[in-house]
Design a protein around this ligand. Structure first.
Ligand code: UDP
Length: 311
């Protein structure tokens, strides 16, 4: 059945992929964004379709006419560089924005989906991370503005489920990459690919022994759609369990781009998690989901995208 779906943060990397996929499935999408880290070009691609864009800051009251079946709350700066630049908007969108988006879902009797994050696990002492792990977060560290905002957002979402009976879903998104990431968003993959293609040194932070596990965006979107349609109200990790060190990632990107760039070392940012790998047993069991795109394929597509953007 076609649904009418509100997406906050629709001009962002994941928000815009989600919108395009839901439009492909025949749904109607109403997208909101205040464009502080979103990209207007991502929205322009959607405008010819059954899509409406509202330039709105969701920390202010959200009003949408007509029925709404789902509210997908994706609005937030999400790259460490962005949330260090926008600490208070990050806290506000996780707190006030989540409250407003939940209020909209409650008023419309819609299902609510929260974009949460592996950052709720902080610098984890349990590895890989299962949904049952409570995390190791420094509330007053530089990443606290994002981590605590998302932890508050999970608490608020769960309260609306328990006390108002709202149908809510929480997806804990692990590192995701692919086309439409902002080239200068500061994250490892776009940064390294740009550096390798333009012949600059790749800036590896620390000694590069910290690990991450990278999921291609189409896999993530498929998992989110399955979660929307599922019965569960518990948090679900979505990510690719294939873990690697950042130095391995940098070398892989140098090799795949035939680059002559060197690797240089820069100070490790404070509270940078040392390891990260999702345990996806819950997603496998409840959603029958697992990632299908290999790092090789995903990186090749991302490198093509970055080449086009640089051309
Ligand atoms: N990183 C790096 N060089 C860069 C950007 C990031 O070495 O130019 C490292 C960063 O310190 C972290 C990892 O790569 O350990 C992933 O960083 P990213 O910003 O992509 O996301 P995070 O997982 O930290 O949110």
């Amino acid at each position: 059945m076609p649904a009418r779906i509100v997406i906050t943060g629709v001009a962002g990397f994941i928000g815009s992929h989600l919108a395009a996929h839901l439009l492909d499935q025949g749904h109607t999408v109403v997208g909101l964004d205040n464009l502080i880290t979103g990209n207007r070009d991502n929205v322009a691609q959607l405008l010819k379709r059954d899509f409406t864009f509202i330039n709105h800051d969701v920390t202010e009251h959200i009003s949408i006419d007509g029925n709404v079946d789902f509210v997908l709350h994706w609005a937030s700066p999400a790259s460490p560089v962005d949330y260090l630049k926008w600490p208070i908007p990050t806290l506000k969108v996780g707190a006030l924005g989540t409250h407003n988006a939940l209020g909209l879902a409650k008023a419309k009797g819609a299902t609510f989906v929260l974009a949460s994050t592996s950052e709720v696990y902080g610098d984890p002492l349990e590895h890989p991370q299962r949904e049952s792990y409570w995390g190791n977060v420094n509330p007053i560290g530089p990443r606290g503005v994002y981590d605590e905002a998302k932890r508050f957002a999970e608490a608020m979402t769960t309260a609306y489920h328990r006390y108002h009976g709202l149908n809510t879903k929480i997806v804990r998104i692990f590192n995701t990459y692919g086309p439409r990431m902002r080239l200068a968003d500061g994250r490892a993959i776009p940064t390294f690919v740009v550096q390798a293609l333009v012949g600059e040194d790749l800036t590896v932070f620390g000694r590069g022994g910290q690990t991450r596990s990278f999921c291609y965006v189409s896999d993530l979107v498929e998992g989110i759609v399955r979660l929307m349609e599922s019965d569960t109200n518990d948090p679900v990790n979505l990510g690719n369990p294939k873990e690697m060190t950042i130095i391995e990632l940098a070398k892989r990107i140098v090799a795949m781009t035939d680059s002559r760039s060197q690797i240089v070392y820069r100070p490790l940012p404070l509270d940078d998690p040392k390891v990260r790998q999702p345990d996806i047993a819950r997603a496998r069991k409840l959603l029958g989901w697992e990632p299908l795109v290999t790092l090789e394929d995903g990186l090749a597509r991302t490198i093509d995208y970055v080449k086009q953007e640089l051309a």
